[in-house]
Design a binder for this molecule. Sequence first.
Ligand code: 13P
Length: 251
Amino acid sequence: MKQRKLIVGNWKMNPESKDEARKIASDVKRAMKNIRKTNVVICPPFVYLSPLSGVSKGNLFLGAQNANAERLGALTGEVSFSELYQFNVRFVILGHSERRKMGETDEIINKKIKSVVSSGLNAIVCVGESVRDRNGDYFGFIRSQIHSALKDVNRKFLDRIIIAYEPLWAIGAKEAMQPRDLLETSIFIRKVLKDSYGSLSESIQILYGGAVDKINCAQLIEEGNVSGFLVGRESLRPKDFIEIIKIADQI
Ligand code: 13P
């Protein structure tokens, strides 16, 4: 089964002003008129979700970069998935290495994933090793990250799960991973999912993230066997981001 492409823009803690955020989002929205086979998600910081809630339409969606697993409560500074849903948020990035570095554990991530999918949203679950050692221990690391992230997730919600493979050494780097190495890893991830869920796992999309740009994106999709990307820096440059979307749409 050929999956629809999915391109996700992770804006992280950018841009600096609401006007810039509006401009990026409206440029992407305009370009989506000619995009047929690709879904696009933009994930701005929380405060821009409300002013941008109107951009989601057709195959353009809004996503968040985090949320709390609880529905509501005395949790100063936190935002819940049900609160986000009202601003048209339909995707949430979870387990990003930058959040893991801030102290998010596998258990917290697993709890959030279960809460996201049961709230009717889609979880973009980030996994990835920090180094590629010669004996291939990173494969075991990726497998255990996937297993702990998806532990006890109800099988009926598997189609709301997206795996974003982001090797830490490629995030913010000059160059992306080599497509042949990505292929080896995406085949491995597919197998880990199949071993756990059989044919049900086929609905889970696998994305790649880490220094994706308009030059390397075609090869990464074609030779890396992924169905899209989690894009950092280039998602803040509308021209380049749109170029990535257009290239993916033509494959
Ligand atoms: P870059 O595309 O800037 O390398 O960031 C990748 C990333 O962390 C997306 O979540």
